[in-house]
Design a protein around this ligand. Structure first.
Ligand code: ZN
Length: 246
């Protein structure tokens, strides 16, 4: 068995020393979709990891941080990367600014639709239908790769996303509820990716071994749920995604 080929959603901007973590990942042949929660995080990763080919610096405005975001910062960085994340919506009652979240996500989706050729990592807690509506109405689904990070919506919304060609990045914690386990059987095998969503914001002590353990646990759970070996397929999916970029 090999180390996992990728982490499709990791918060490199939460590490104290992102470059040293990224070098550890490089030594294990792992590439990273380094999501940021604000454009400052993107700039930090894009600068500190600029020489590392395994780091794909994502430009994000996370729905929890919309009140701190400036769209002109996002726009200024937009052409510097094809990786957009973490973006999306979170309509949990304890997450405020729903209108502002919508405005920001619509802006992000419109920009991606205008440019095309982006790979997006999308947060959609209690909001999968609204996320799908925005992606559809802006035209974003046609010329970008949309990855649902930690999908937790309804099965109807899952089908909409599957039919629209979306990918799904799966983490260890996501495989634990009964509904999620049922849904994870429905996703076409060529749309599955692995992620960790690590490190936790206030505990950046995560090591490469923690990340690899978490990815392997997610893969093993997914293999159990689907009764199929997935290692080669997941690597293939990731490589296909990388090669889709012109
Ligand atoms: Zn995240």
């Amino acid at each position: 068995m090999h180390d996992p080929s990728h982490d499709a959603h990791i918060h490199l901007d939460f590490f104290d020393d992102p470059e040293s973590f990224a070098r550890d990942a490089e030594s294990r042949c792992m590439s990273l979709f380094a999501c940021s929660v604000l454009p400052e995080g993107f700039k930090r990763i894009a600068t500190t990891c600029k020489d590392l080919k395994n780091v794909h610096a994502g430009l994000g405005i996370h729905p929890w941080w919309v009140a701190d975001a400036h769209l002109h910062d996002f726009d200024d960085c937009f052409d510097r990367t094809r990786w957009i994340g973490e973006v999306g919506l979170d309509f949990s009652p304890r997450r405020p600014h729903h209108d502002l979240q919508m405005q920001v996500f619509e802006h992000v989706a419109r920009r991606c639709s205008e440019s095309g050729n982006k790979i997006m990592s999308i947060h959609s807690i209690r909001s999968a239908s609204s996320v799908m509506r925005v992606l559809d109405q802006t035209g974003c689904l046609h010329n970008n790769i949309c990855i649902f990070h930690w999908f937790s919506g309804s099965t109807d919304d899952l089908w909409l996303a599957i039919r629209a060609g979306c990918y799904f990045s799966i983490n260890e914690r996501q495989t634990q509820t009964k509904r999620a386990r049922e849904q994870l059987k429905l996703i076409p095998v060529d749309r599955l990716l692995l992620e960790t969503d690590l490190p936790p914001q206030h505990n950046p002590q995560t090591t490469i071994d923690d990340v690899i353990d978490s990815l392997e646990t997610a893969r093993a759970s997914l293999e159990g749920i689907r009764s199929q070996a997935l290692e080669d397929q997941l690597t293939k999916n990731w490589l296909k995604l990388l090669s889709s970029m012109s």
